[in-house]
Design a protein. Structure first.
Lengths: 185, 782
């Protein structure tokens, strides 16, 4: 399945890029994120405990990064396993574009899911994944700018975050989307 | 005998069993429970193909209420055999088909999404399911082979199965067919797909395993269409238990459509677990499990060529099919796309040269096996689509083209070029009646009226034939069947004159309790309410081969007739003794044993009572009035008929309305036309489902995308018109009831009729099933 989205965040691109790097932000934006370990510069493991509907499981994600062009774009390959609940694998491309004082964040995910979640039907999963992505970016936008990241709406100046570990946001984004697909049944 | 007339042969008696079904008093497998019963939840592969690396059950085992986590490796260690395929198909070169080992629970490689590799047994269903989610299994995913058309060019999924080819099979004369095609005045070519279907019985599969450590007896309640075959396979091949220590009970079963013929991993594992844990173990499938792991149906890709001469006579039919068998051979999976398919390609026509070749291929999808019609809908779809298209290409009336080629009543018995000998039929009689019922002559006016309303209306025929009454054992075994396909019947007359009848067939919606009672009541002259049918229990019925292939009445009913004749013969001897005459002087009619040329007679009840109270019997007359018979048919039966569909397409939206569906079938002698019509209605609904709505979809990774009723569309009442159903009769020539079988016809004939109607409406030939509104809209939008 494929999904793409776009959000306007009321902060400068550099700030957004930096802001994406705070592990605390990620922890707040993805409920149940238990760990994120950097195995190499371009390889990471993440573990997220999640419960949606009737299914509760620990999802383990193996992620690898490519085409890193800070602060503009990034591609993440992911392999997420949730045991009997199912699994997901795929690729997410994320793009930041400066637009005046704001930043437009675009993502495009191509993913395939397997196990129980594949059985449920992409119609359901797409909708739920969209909602989860929206929830994530809303939370993130609030974190970084203090304003709702609604398209076309100018926002206040955002707080500045420390740099370091910018990969984590993309991990978070991807995990969120995959989880959304996995849990949306 | 007003009663006998109202309930006799041909009377539309309401089904005796329906009162319990509609009042919730039916007893299905899940309704049976035992003291100390525990519940199973299966561990299923999320991957279409993967290596099973490890199973960590520690977290699950630590949960309160969890008794055990059993895996395929445990089962293999206990010495269980593989699930067998019951029909060995011979390849072109004379070699046997290549069978991939099918362990009941996977132990090293999983080969389809949903394949079970273990089970959790716990004190409740909820705990078992929760615990199953806590079992941590490591897999290494492998590339899956999903598309049957590409399977032969893909990586081998089973060791030793080269090119994923189970068999390369043929039937008919290839060179004569090629020569006739080359010389034909016109050749119509057609590529088509017979869409993969998921059966969706209303009652999901279920099993309850019970082990008695005192006697060593195993009892398995399960949703089976053939409990004796289930017992035979589980004992002889899988080695679950010796046959005399294994009782299989298939109580009320809520629909099967073929999918409950087969011996599945789950019931095998349940009876094993019951013995291992010494607790009764129950499993009832969730609907999602049914989608993943019930045997699917159809799934053919076919190229066909029909050659015609200048007069429109068929000279040759050449058919090449790739049949998806799924990941493993299900119990009869090999026979469906071969002997139940290739043999029917003559249809109702005198095509002199026919050749069919079938590549049966393995893929990483659920096993594919018989589904209502089993091979015959696929054959009908090929023949009736290509005949219709040939008529269009030649500018002929499709009715006239069919008439010109039909086998005529004088031609019977008719030897087809594809092995079968049709015993009887009158195809034009069904055709004429169907044309009249749908008012074929009035169609142009209806089409014109629809056009005024902005709709495109089309009409299409399908003149099908099927081979039913499976099966002559000698023929079936010579073609590779692993079992005979006769049937048994027992008639036990009780001392008070009521009758208990035992049959090896199984009723799971067919109404046997009524139809068979009508047969017995009519022959013995007793009230049908004094006739009780027993079926579905290996502990009560001697033997049997179950219900499929529209065989129950023509084969099972004929066995009961055999037993009835023996009962009557014995009754005549008893009556002769009572009336102090010779048996030759006793006639039996309308429930009376009469001394010929006298007014002396004994009622059936009097003789029955005397059979069990033998006050003064001579030495050569045994007490009792209970007889058994086996019946092995000498040929298949050949139900045939014409289905005609009329559709209307909304050109703006592509929505198709099935506005008329007529079925005129020749099922031979009807015992109960009400039940026959009900069977036809159900089959037509499933046929309409295949044509317009249903499609099992796997993605490129082998994940089932249509895993629920959200995404797999079965017909609803408002998708269907009021069916017009009627019959013609040519009695079957070789069974005592003259019956041919009616269970599958609706699903066999109707898809081609609907698609012929739809393509007639659209003016294009290449719409595939299911013809959804999206496909139609795209075709219309060019």
């Amino acid at each position: 399945m494929e999904q793409a989205g776009e959000y306007r965040i009321a902060a400068a691109r550099e700030l957004v890029w930096q802001g994406l790097n705070d592990p605390d932000v990620l922890a707040r934006c993805i409920d149940g994120c238990q760990s994120m370990d950097k195995l190499a510069d371009d390889r990471f493991d993440a573990a997220v405990k999640a419960k949606i509907g009737p299914v509760s499981a620990l999802f383990k994600a193996e992620l690898s990064l490519e085409d890193i062009a800070a602060p503009a774009s990034y591609t993440i390959n992911a392999n997420v396993k949730g045991g009997p609940a199912g699994f997901g694998k795929g690729k997410a491309e994320v793009n930041l574009e400066a637009d005046g004082a704001d930043t437009i964040l675009r993502y495009a995910v191509k993913a395939s899911v397997g196990g129980k979640l594949a059985q449920v039907g992409s119609r359901l999963i797409d909708g739920a994944a969209r909602k989860m992505a929206d929830d994530f970016f809303l939370a993130f936008g609030r974190e970084i700018s203090g304003a709702e990241p609604v398209a076309g709406k100018p926002a206040e100046a955002a707080p500045v975050y420390e740099t370091g570990g910018q990969w984590k946001i993309w991990v978070a984004v991807f995990v969120a989307l995959i989880l959304a697909m996995i849990f949306a049944f | 005998m007003a009663e006998a007339i109202e309930s006799g042969i041909g009377a539309p008696v309401r089904r005796k069993e329906d009162m319990r079904f509609i009042t919730g008093e039916g007893r299905y497998t899940d309704d049976f429970s035992q003291r100390g019963q525990v519940y199973a939840a299966f561990l299923r592969s999320p991957y279409a193909r993967a290596r099973l690396d490890s199973v960590d059950a520690s977290e699950a085992l630590a949960m309160e209420g969890v008794l055990a986590v059993l895996t395929g490796q445990d089962m293999a260690a206990d010495g269980f055999g593989d699930l067998p395929c019951g029909w060995t198909v011979k390849q072109k070169d004379g070699s046997d088909m290549v069978t991939a080992a099918h362990p009941p629970l996977a132990h090293s490689i999983v080969n389809y999404a949903g394949e079970p590799y273990g089970l959790v047994v716990a004190s409740s269903v909820a705990v078992a399911r929760r615990a199953a989610e806590r079992v941590i299994t490591e897999f290494t995913e492998l590339d899956a082979v999903v598309n049957p058309a590409l399977a032969m060019d893909s990586e081998d999924i089973h060791a030793g199965v080269v090119g994923n080819l189970c068999y390369d099979w043929e039937l008919g004369d290839a060179s004569a067919t090629d020569a006739a095609l080359a010389a034909a005045a016109h050749v119509t070519r057609l590529d088509l797909t017979n869409n993969r279907l998921i059966p969706n019985a209303m009652e999901p599969r279920a099993a309850l395993g019970i082990y008695d450590p005192g006697t060593g007896e195993h009892t398995l309640y399960t949703t089976s269409q053939n409990p004796h075959l289930e017992r035979l396979v589980l004992s002889a091949f899988v080695k679950v238990a010796p046959e005399h220590k294994l009782r299989v009970i298939a109580p009320d079963v809520g629909g099967g459509f073929g999918s409950k013929i087969f011996v599945y991993p789950e019931e095998t594992a349940v009876i094993w677990a019951a013995r291992k844990l010494r607790r009764p173990v129950k499993w009832t499938a969730e609907r999602g499990e049914s989608f993943l792991a019930d045997a699917h149906g159809r799934d053919h890709v076919t190229h066909a060529q029909l050659g015609l001469d200048e007069q429109g006579r068929f000279v040759a039919l050449k058919v090449q099919t790739t049949a998806n068998l799924g990941a493993y051979l299900s119990l009869f999976g090999s026979s469906v796309p071969t002997y139940l398919y290739g043999t029917l390609l003559a249809g109702q026509y005198k095509t002199p040269n026919i050749h069919v070749e079938v590549h049966g291929v393995y893929t990483n999808t659920a096993p594919v096996d018989a589904y209502r019609g089993a091979g015959r809908p696929e054959a009908t779809y090929v023949v009736e689509r290509i005949v219709e298209i040939a008529a269009r290409e030649l500018g002929m009336d499709p009715v006239e083209l069919r008439r010109r080629n039909m086998i005529q009543p004088a031609d019977f018995p008719y030897q087809t070029p594809v092995a079968l000998v049709y015993d009887t039929g009158d195809y034009e009689a069904s055709l004429d009646k169907a044309l009249q019922l749908i008012d074929y002559a009035g169609f142009p006016a209806r089409r014109a009226a629809a056009a005024v309303a902005g709709k495109r209306r089309g009409i299409g025929l399908s003149c099908y034939i099927e081979a039913c009454g499976l099966a002559p054992s000698k023929l079936a075994i010579s073609l590779g069947a692993g079992v005979g396909l006769y049937e048994s019947g027992e008639v036990r007359v009780n001392p008070t004159g009521s009758v208990t009848v035992f049959t090896g067939t199984h009723s799971h919606g067919q109404g046997h309790e009524t139809t068979f009672a009508q047969v017995v009541a009519a022959r013995l002259g007793v009230d049908i309410d004094d006739v009780e049918l027993v079926h579905g229990d290996t502990g009560r019925v001697e033997f049997g081969l179950g219900t499929y292939g529209s065989r129950s009445l023509s084969v099972g009913g004929s066995a009961i007739v055999g037993a009835l004749e023996k009962v009557i013969a014995k009754g005549r001897r008893i009556a002769a003794h009572m009336l102090e005459t010779d048996v030759e002087n006793i006639d039996f009619e309308e429930g009376q044993f009469r001394l010929r040329d006298s007014n002396r007679a004994l009622s059936f009840g009097e003789v029955a009572f005397a059979a069990y109270v033998p006050a003064d019997y001579p030495e050569d007359l045994e007490p009792g009035l209970s007889e058994k018979a086996f019946y092995d048919p000498e040929n298949f039966t050949y139900p045939a008929g014409t289905h005609i569909a009329e559709v209307e397409v909304d050109v703006e939206t592509g929505v198709v309305a099935l506005v008329n569906l007529v079925a005129v079938d020749d099922f031979g002698i009807l015992i109960n036309p009400l039940i026959v019509h009900g069977q036809v209605h159900g089959g037509l609904a499933q046929g309409a489902g295949q044509a317009l709505l249903e499609q099992a979809v796997y993605d490129e990774y082998g994940q089932l995308q249509t895993g629920s009723l959200m995404d797999y569309c079965i017909p609803r009442a408002d998708d269907l018109p009021d069916f017009l159903v009627d019959t013609t009769v040519t009695p079957c020539t070789h069974n005592p009831l003259g019956a041919k079988g009616c269970g599958e016809a609706g699903a066999i004939g109707s898809p081609a009729a609907i698609m012929n109607a739809l393509t007639d409406a659209l003016g294009v030939n290449d719409i595939s099933m299911p013809a959804t509104s999206e496909k139609i809209w795209r075709a219309l939008s060019g």
